[in-house]
Design a protein around this ligand. Structure first.
Ligand code: CA
Length: 234
C-alpha cells in the first residue's frame, strides 16, 4: 500500500486531503506542523509527502531540506499558496518533485502524485488505464506487459483476463452483474455466456489472490455478480 504523509497546518484542507486519499486506498499519515511532519517523515519513510510551505515553527523549505539531507527518497509535492514566496527553481533545487498551487483540485493533485510515483518507484497507483503497474496486495499487476508478479513468480494474463480485471478495478466497490461484465468486456455480440465470466474470474483469482478459494479482491456478490476491492476484504 502506498503511504502518504500530509504536512499541512490548515485543518479543513488537511482533513479533506486525508479523506480523499483514504478513499482512494492510500495509507495516510498527517502532521499539523513542520517539526512533527519531519520526524514522522524520517521515522515512517512515506512514499509521498504533501508539504505545505507556511507552517508553524519549522517551515516547509526547512522540512524539505532536512528530508533531502537525510537522503529520504520520498517523493515530495509542495502545496503552495498563491502569493507565497515559492520559487520554482529554488524548490526543485531543494529537492521538491512537483508542486500545486492552492486552491487545487483533488483530481489535479492525484494526477501529479501518480506522475511522481511513476518516476520514483516505477509503480503507478490508481488507474490501470495508463498501461501502468498497479500494486494489489502482494502482487504487482503490469497492465502494459499483461503480467502478474508475486515475489519471484510471474504469470501472464490473457487479454480478456486483463480487460475483465481493468473493468472491475475501474468500477471499484460497485457490484457489477454478469451481463454487464459480458457486454463491457466481451462485447454485445460475443458468443459468450455468464459462464464465461465465471471461468475468467476463477482464472484471475488463481493469479492475483493469495488464497483463490478465499478471495479478498475479486469478490462474489451473491445473486448479482462481482465486485472489486483494492484494499482487500475478509
Ligand atoms: Ca499553511
Amino acid at each position: 500500500m502506498i503511504r502518504v504523509l500530509v504536512i499541512e497546518d490548515e485543518e479543513p484542507l488537511r482533513m479533506a486531503l486525508t479523506d480523499a486519499l483514504k478513499s482512494e486506498g492510500f495509507d495516510v499519515l498527517e502532521a499539523a506542523d513542520g517539526e512533527t511532519g519531519l520526524q514522522m517523515a524520517l521515522r515512517e519513510g512515506p512514499d509521498v509527502i504533501l508539504l505545505d510551505l507556511m507552517l508553524p515553527g519549522r517551515d516547509g523549505f526547512s522540512v524539505l531540506k532536512a528530508i533531502r539531507e537525510d537522503r529520504l527518497s520520498s517523493a515530495v509535492i509542495v502545496l503552495s499558496a498563491r502569493g507565497e514566496e515559492w520559487d520554482r527553481v529554488q524548490g526543485f533545487e531543494y529537492g521538491a518533485d512537483d508542486y500545486v498551487v492552492k486552491p487545487f483540485s483533488i483530481r489535479e493533485l492525484f494526477l501529479r502524485m501518480r506522475a511522481v510515483l511513476a518516476r520514483s518507484t516505477g509503480e503507478t497507483p490508481g488507474s490501470p488505464d495508463s498501461g501502468g503497474k498497479v500494486r494489489l496486495g502482494e502482487c504487482l499487476i503490469d497492465f502494459g506487459a499483461y503480467t502478474v508478479t508475486r515475489g519471484k513468480s510471474r504469470e501472464h494474463l490473457s487479454p480478456m483476463e486483463l480487460e475483465l480485471l481493468r473493468t472491475l478495478m475501474n468500477r471499484e466497490g460497485e457490484a457489477i452483474d454478469r451481463n454487464t461484465l459480458l457486454e463491457l468486456v466481451w462485447g454485445r455480440n460475443a458468443e459468450s455466456t455468464n459462464r464465461t465470466v465465471d471461468t475468467h474470474v476463477l482464472k484471475l483469482r488463481k493469479k492475483i489472490e493469495a488464497q483463490p478459494d478465499k478471495p479478498r479482491h475479486l469478490l462474489t456478490v451473491h445473486g448479482v455478480g462481482y465486485r472489486f476491492s483494492r484494499r482487500g476484504e475478509g
